[in-house]
Ligand binder design. Sequence first.
Ligand code: BGC
Length: 393
Amino acid sequence: MRRFHSFYLLVFLIGLCLFLISCGEKTTPEEETDQMAKKNEMKEEPKMDIQKQTFGQMPDRQQVDLYVLTNGKGLSAKIMTYGATLVSLGVPDRNGDIADITLGCDSLEGYMAASPYFGSTVGRYANRIAKGKFTLEGVEYTLATNNGENHLHGGIKGFDKVLWQAEPFREEKMVGVKFVYFSKDGEEGYPGNLACTVTYMMTENDELKIIYEAETDKATPVNLTHHSYFNLAGQGEGNILSHELLLDADKYTPVDAGLIPTGEIRDVADSPMDFTTPHTIGERIDQVEGGYDHNFVLRSGGGALVLAARVYEPKTGRIMEIHTTEPGIQFYSGNFLDGTITGKAGKVYNQHYGFCLEPQHFPDSPNKPDFPSTILEPGAKYLSRTVFKFSIN
Ligand code: BGC
């Protein structure tokens, strides 16, 4: 009986030893390399990248390049040298599915044929100048008129229709492209040679930053902005009326029938212009004649880079925040889109299929002494910054 017990005790002890040995066993060098690779993969920095492609050719055969910026986390932007235009912006939704959230065209010819400033850099003066006239230092200037009797977005051949010189760059945690354009004295009627730089940067924090710089040799109005039509559900995916919008503006500038500000600065309170708390774009749009196409006066007053707008698309969870140093933001609800343009991937753009939020100075400022000045003097530096920041909820 005792011998029987000792036998089982021995078997138990041998089993225990084998178990302990197997627990303490070292991994093979191959297994170790494998485990390290896995750990490194988890730690690996997102891959920021920038690639250059050809987008098309101008009628005079100059090549139009496209720069593709990626942040390794799903955000990507394609920007071409024609108009320093944002051609597409890929953004992940709450399931990680990426959609292009800006309206536009598949080809350069599309942009040249009929683009209502899709993704463009707009200048020398974004928005309207009444009757294309203003007086500066006692001299009356006459600009090209291209919107009825008014001047709009820089005239017949604004900054959106010229070829910019591009220089890509990389910095720690960002990739970017610097676009340069020299606007000659008298171009579209403006005084002074203006050297302009627009720098797009993509960061690993899911931001697309744009910095505008300019210098002149004669006093001139300058008001540069970015003109993407956004649909956070994806370009061509229906209208934007259920997007929720917040604007940090408690005043706006009412306009006349030609969309020129009357000069009044009116409170948004108790009106369909009040987006100081989030409202869908469609909720009160019927109460606004023609739809939203107004300059909102930001509470910041301009200067500091602060939040101006936040837009949320409930189906996809995409959120876009706009931070700017500008004192105003033009909110345009795509009222003039009418289904006559077939855009990217064969999508037809009907009314309200995209919205624009254009950080800028107020329209017609050169004729409105009470509005913040848009006059750039020789020796001074124009500097404006806007950040589009993406997240999901
Ligand atoms: C203006 C609209 C104009 C649109 C396209 C917007 O910035 O506010 O009135 O129709 O650009 O030109």
